[in-house]
Each structure stands twice: as C-alpha cells, then as structure tokens.
Design a protein around this ligand. Structure first.
Ligand code: PLP
Length: 389
C-alpha cells in the first residue's frame, strides 16, 4: 500500500471550477457573480491607487529584506488596531500581530483559544463563510451551529441568535462577523449589537470577532461599531482582521490578530503564546502587504486617496443593491444587506438554468457577489432570474 493510500479524495473548490467555466463561455454579456472579490464597472479587480503609490514608495526606500519576527510589521499592526478599534494602542490590555490574511488571523486565534481551553465550544451562526468550520476543526475546536439567516424571507433571525447565546455556557466562544456578513450580507443593527454585547459580557462568553470587510458596508466607522461595542463591553475578546478586501491586496495575504485581555499580565502571557503559535505555523507573516499598508497609513495624502477610492467602491455596491432591490421579488431586500454578498433563495436547478440559459454564473448555494454586476446589468440579471423562477 502506498504511504498516502489512506487519504480520501477531497472535493475540488466549486468556485474555482466556476471560474474556468465562466472563462470558457463564449457568450457576450456573460455575468460572473461567483468569486468573492470586488470588481469595478469593467469587471476588473484593480490595484488601488494609494496601494500602488505606497508600493512605489516602499520599493524606493526599502533597503533590506532581512527577517522580521513572528509578530511581523509592528507599525502595520498598530495602524490596523487604530483603524478597527479607534483611539487605541497596542500594549496594556491589547496585543496584536500581523498574520497571513484574515484566514491566518482566524487560524491563529482558533489555536490560541484551543491552547487555553482545549475542545471548547464555538457558537457559529449559519450560513457562514465556508472556511470557518474547517479552520475551527483544524484547531481542535468544537463548532455548535445556530440559524443566523432565513434565505426564504431574506431576514436575519435575531431570535435564534439570542437563543443560542443564551444557551451557551460561560467560557464558550461566539464567532461573529463584524460587518458585511459572508454569505448573506445580513448584519446586526446597532441595537442588536448592544444586546449581543451585553449578553456576551453578562454570560461570560468570549467574543471571537471576524472583521474582513471594514469600509465596504456603510463606512469605516459604522462597519466597526458593533466590534467596538463588544470589545468595550467584554473584558476579553479576540479579533481577526483582514485588509485583503478594503485595501484590495487579496493575494498579498494581509491581516492581523488582536487579543484584548483582562490585565497587562495576561497580555504578556497571551502575546508570548501568539508568537509561539505563529512561529510553529508560518514563522513570520509575508512582509510585503503589511509593509505597503504601513507605508500608506504613514502618509496622510495616501490615506486620503485610499479613503476616496474605498468610498467609491462602497457606493458602487450600494448603488447596485438599490438597483437590484427595485426589481422586488427575491431581490426586494438586497438593499437592506451590506457588503459584497447576498444569499438568494434559489434551488440548484435555478442556479444551473441561470448558467446554461442566461450565462449568469453563481455559487450553487445561491450566493451572489453584487460587485459582479453594475447598475446597467442589474436589470438583465433580474430578468434572467424571473425567467428561471
Ligand atoms: N472572514 C470572512 C468572513 C471572509 O469572507 C474572508 C474571505 O473571504 C476572510 C475572513 C479571510 O480573508 P483573507 O484570508 O483573504 O484575508
């Protein structure tokens, strides 16, 4: 028997297969709502202007590529702590490290949680980002699911969220999307965040916050408001941050993990464990993306231009959402949802007919990336949808 005989074949990534099918489709006007990246009206995922300028600046000034430490670029982590949490600094009760993307931050956070409380239960609303469950499982954590969203009515099921948080035991963990919920776009209102923050705090549940789309929902401050409320209410919290979407640096893999602890002494111990886990996983994070974003954040003119471009991206998503919702039916509540994704109540057969008969490509789950549309093509998509329902 070969050494690797016991390995079961793993399923291919369905979204990657969709990319290939889309590329090979000769029909003009084909629409790709599959892959989860931002696109402009021309269907392009651009390098943001300020990122390009910061890369140029870094190229001119960088005089060494010698190793950093497992914490990565400390200036970058400081900047991201401030972007996410406002007027804070690392030190005291807050520690943070650079990670390979939000995925790396989630994995490191999950391993830190597991190292402290082996086998602890993590409460996860469904549907969720498909990579959440395997990341938790890989760290040896037990996921307990509950309903976050009802596709048929296109509504967030807040009662079932609260029911779950009230069933959780003290010392359990709650994984929550900070904004622009993937795949549903169904975010908590500020009032709902208030109730969640108070419940987590009074019941002693550790928040594990995933903020991967700050600035792509309603605005930089609004999109972080829930996360900040929870971190104010709870003495201890874990925050996984991704810069890959709001700086458009996906393949550079840029993220950070922040942990808020109960005391400076705890911070020391937690921080030493984060560094040890990072070292065992990736030694140190890839430098380029973090160094570029730190360079950008140190330059007020570049920050202003990045903000401007991010605002344009967000306005584009909001405009497409309004155009879709105007068609009513299953699209009627898309303007109540935020970020790049919505989850439409479509059967696999409808998804297949949209692809075969109308050249509209989307995930089998019915998730659409609204950035794959434009205000102009929204009508064509709505018509195709109507023809298939
Ligand atoms: N969290 C959520 C909810 C996401 O949707 C994603 C990416 O799609 C991530 C985290 C991880 O992002 P990345 O690892 O690309 O930074």
């Amino acid at each position: 028997m070969s050494f690797f005989q016991p390995l079961a074949q793993q399923p291919a990534d369905a979204l990657l297969a969709l990319i290939g099918m889309f590329r090979n489709d000769p029909r003009p006007g084909k629409i790709d709502l599959g892959v989860g990246v931002f696109r402009d009206d021309a269907g392009h995922t651009p390098v943001m202007r300020a990122v390009k300028a910061a890369e140029r600046k870094l190229w001119e000034s960088q005089d060494s590529k010698s190793y950093l430490g497992p914490e990565g670029n400390v200036a970058f982590a400081r900047h991201m702590a401030r972007l996410a949490l406002g007027d804070v600094d690392l030190g005291g009760r807050l520690t943070g490290v650079q990670t390979p993307g939000g995925t790396g931050a989630l994995r490191l956070g999950a391993e830190l949680i597991a190292a402290s409380r082996p086998g602890v239960t993590v409460w996860v609303g469904t549907p969720t980002w498909p990579n959440h469950p395997p990341i938790l499982a890989a760290a040896g954590l037990k996921a307990q699911s509950y309903k976050h969203f009802d596709p048929a009515s296109q509504t967030l099921t807040f009662d079932s969220v609260m029911d779950a948080l009230n069933r959780a035991q003290a010392g359990d963990v709650a994984l929550l999307h900070g904004c622009c919920h993937n795949p549903t776009g169904a975010d908590f209102s500020l009032e709902q965040w208030r109730v969640i923050a108070d419940t987590l705090s009074s019941r002693g549940i550790l928040p594990f916050l995933d903020l991967a789309y700050q600035g792509l929902g309603l605005g930089m401050e609004q999109d972080a408001a829930g996360v900040r409320m929870v971190m104010d209410a709870c003495p201890e919290a874990v925050l996984a941050y991704s810069c890959d979407k709001n700086f458009g640096v996906y393949r550079d893999r840029v993220g950070a993990l922040f942990v808020q602890t109960g005391s400076a002494a705890d911070t020391d111990r937690v921080s030493s464990n984060m560094l040890a886990l990072a070292r065992a996983n990736w030694s140190m994070p890839p430098d380029h993306g973090g160094a570029v974003i730190a360079t950008l954040m140190d330059d007020a003119a570049l920050v202003a231009d990045w903000t401007l471009e991010l605002n344009t991206m967000r306005d584009r998503l909001l405009g497409i959402r309004a155009a879709l919702a105007a068609h009513g039916g299953v699209l009627g509540r898309v303007d109540q949802q935020r970020g790049m994704f919505s989850l439409l109540p479509l059967s696999p057969d409808v998804v297949k007919r949209l692809r075969e008969d109308h050249a509209v490509y989307m995930a089998g789950s019915g998730r659409i990336n609204v950035a794959g549309l434009s205000v102009e093509t929204a009508g064509r998509f709505a018509a195709a949808l109507n023809a298939c329902l």
